[in-house]
Design a protein around this ligand. Structure first.
Ligand SMILES: C[S@@+](CC[C@H](N)C(=O)[O-])C[C@H]1O[C@@H](n2cnc3c(N)ncnc32)[C@H](O)[C@@H]1O
Length: 197
């Protein structure tokens, strides 16, 4: 299965981007609207066209980073929002990120990586979060297909991956999803655990 940089970049080049909401996702907007510390270091991995990063930037959050394999997606946000710092738009593989963050935002990135990488994804989140850092976002609550993205899953499976590393604060059906995703996505907040090993 081709999930390389070339595959993803081509999806943006040919506008084959069915996942793209064209605007900030309402459950994430609600979460952002109650944040008060504008200095939080926030990472949006696989952010794509990055409406969430744009929203945070305009609200005055000055430490927002996007990491994505697709050069075209990163170019798209820079064109839309010229004042977004170029050095915060990083073309890289999430699994190679070597910076630390307070908050990591998830939206349709987890479902884009191969299911065999799910444990590595959880471990990587843990690795690049500061103590007590949080992962916040949305996960599809639909049966797992394993032929092509979006790869689905369910709460029980997600908890197996995340419980070793995180205290799950909330993981429940999102209340204000866009119409096409109503009843199909879980909103979650989880906090990095203090591990004793
Ligand atoms: C389904 S899209 C979602 C984009 C965005 N989160 C959204 O909701 O519109 C998945 C994104 O993850 C990026 N991606 C896939 N694998 C990646 C990886 N290993 N590291 C970084 N980005 C990756 C793709 O280029 C694409 O932009």
């Amino acid at each position: 299965m081709d999930l390389t940089e070339g595959f993803w970049d081509n999806r943006y080049k040919t506008l084959d981007i069915g996942w793209d909401l064209g605007k900030i996702s309402p459950p994430l907007k609600n979460y952002f609207d109650q944040l008060t510390n504008k200095n939080l270091r926030i990472l949006i991995p696989g952010g794509g066209n990055s409406y969430e990063a744009e929203y945070l930037h305009h609200k005055g959050f000055n430490n927002v980073y996007v990491v994505d394999l697709s050069k075209t997606a990163l170019k798209n946000i820079k064109t839309r929002v010229p004042s977004f710092p170029s050095s915060h738009l990083i073309q890289n593989n999430f699994f190679d990120v070597d910076m630390r963050f307070d908050v990591i935002i998830e939206q349709t990135f987890f479902c884009a990586i191969h299911p065999s990488l799910r444990l590595s994804y959880a471990a990587k989140l843990f690795e690049i979060l500061h103590a007590k850092g949080k992962v916040v976002g949305l996960l599809f609550n639909v049966p797992l297909k394993d032929t092509k993205p979006p790869f689905g899953g369910c709460k029980k499976e997600y908890l197996q991956h995340f419980n070793p590393y995180f205290d799950i604060k909330i993981m429940e059906e999102a209340k204000n999803s866009v119409v096409a995703r109503q009843g199909k996505e879980l909103f979650f907040i989880m906090q990095k655990k203090k591990l004793n090993h």
